[in-house]
Design a protein. Structure first.
Length: 343
């Protein structure tokens, strides 16, 4: 038997869960998965060589079924049906349900910092993400900003003008005296639903915000984004070390973001992948610490499956985001928030 968060954080610590399961008379052995991603249990599966592999329906995935077929293991999917009309329960449901979103920066990231956009103006593209996964802290999904939102509002965004709410969140995260100001794209990306284009020109706040809520575009986009967990950034990670910001680099970043925006609106996966990667390359050219050899090796492993790629947030870890059609092994997919959910 295995225990696996599959990229999500458990309510109960893994050692506590293992202790409880080991205590069951019917359990021969309980192990904790050591890998990452949807197939984090592969080493344990090969060692145990079970006759049957059982998952709940919310943990079912074609990559697991394919692995079992290759290994000659029966793959069984169980439905979550409570006994005798009792209410459905899960450890996740034991939390107060928090609807405050995460965000993904698709392109142009760093232009929300004045020291970059003062070199050349440009847009940052963000999407607001439903909290269907408990994304790890320090993984480029604006979890720090979201945590400040939870401190302010507990479980949901407040009613009111979206820009005012986003400004409140940005100000709360960056009080007077803050040395390294978090970019406003984090707060805006969390508060504004759908796909958003934020225009910056040497200031902390964008001078214009354009939102796309078209269902066809959003559905197309979320089906083509695949996130591969690569672990959180190390505590000592410093993305600002060895920074090389130039007017040429900022212009390349802005042009890539614009191309990415046009490709999404046209629902052109080839153009989207090309611009997606170009934006990432422009980021790395100015902030080389966003990547390391291990991350580059992981990108290389997926090149044949994706039209484009980037790292979440400031890089150094987190999630490798792939622009791809169809199935991507070990990846999770996100749900773009369509509406402004409030208390």
């Amino acid at each position: 038997m295995r225990l696996s968060p599959e990229g999500a954080l458990s309510v109960n610590p893994q050692d506590e869960r293992k202790y409880l399961i080991d205590s069951l008379r019917c359990v021969k052995e309980c192990r904790i998965s050591r890998g990452l991603g949807l197939l984090d249990f592969v080493d344990e599966l090969r060692a145990i060589k079970p006759d049957v592999f059982v998952v709940n329906e919310d943990g079912a995935h074609e990559s697991k079924a394919q692995l079992c077929r290759e290994m000659g293991i029966e793959y069984l999917v169980l439905r979550r049906l409570p006994h005798g009309g009792m209410p459905a329960r899960s450890t996740t449901a034991l939390r107060d349900e928090c609807t405050i979103p995460f965000r993904i920066d698709l392109a142009g990231g760093w232009l929300d910092q004045p020291f970059v956009s003062c070199c050349h103006p440009g847009a940052v593209l963000t999407i607001s993400i439903e909290p269907t996964h408990a994304f790890n802290n320090r993984s480029g999904m604006a979890s720090s900003t979201r945590n400040r939102g939870i401190e302010l509002w507990r479980t949901a965004l407040p009613q009111g003008n979206k820009e005012q709410v986003a400004k409140l969140l940005f100000s709360y995260e960056n009080p007077p005296g803050t040395r390294e100001v978090a970019g406003s794209q984090d707060a805006i990306g969390i508060v504004y639903p759908g796909l958003n284009r934020l225009e910056y020109n040497g200031a902390y706040w964008p001078y214009a915000i354009e939102s796309v809520k078209d269902e066809e575009v959003l559905a197309w986009l979320e089906r083509r984004l695949h996130l591969v967990p690569i672990g959180p950034r190390a505590a000592e990670f410093s993305v600002l070390a060895e920074t090389r910001v130039t007017a040429e680099g900022a212009r390349a970043l802005a042009e890539a973001a614009d191309a990415c925006w046009q490709a999404i609106l046209a629902m052109d996966i080839t153009a989207f992948g090309r611009a997606f990667t170009a934006s990432f390359d422009a980021q790395v050219a100015m902030f080389p610490n966003m990547t390391n050899q291990a991350i580059c090796d992981q990108i290389d492993a997926y090149r044949g499956l994706a039209y484009g790629w980037k790292l979440s947030g400031a890089g150094g870890g987190g999630y490798l985001i792939l622009a791809a059609d169809g199935f991507v092994p070990d990846a999770i997919q996100v749900r773009i928030r369509r509406q402004y959910a409030v208390f």
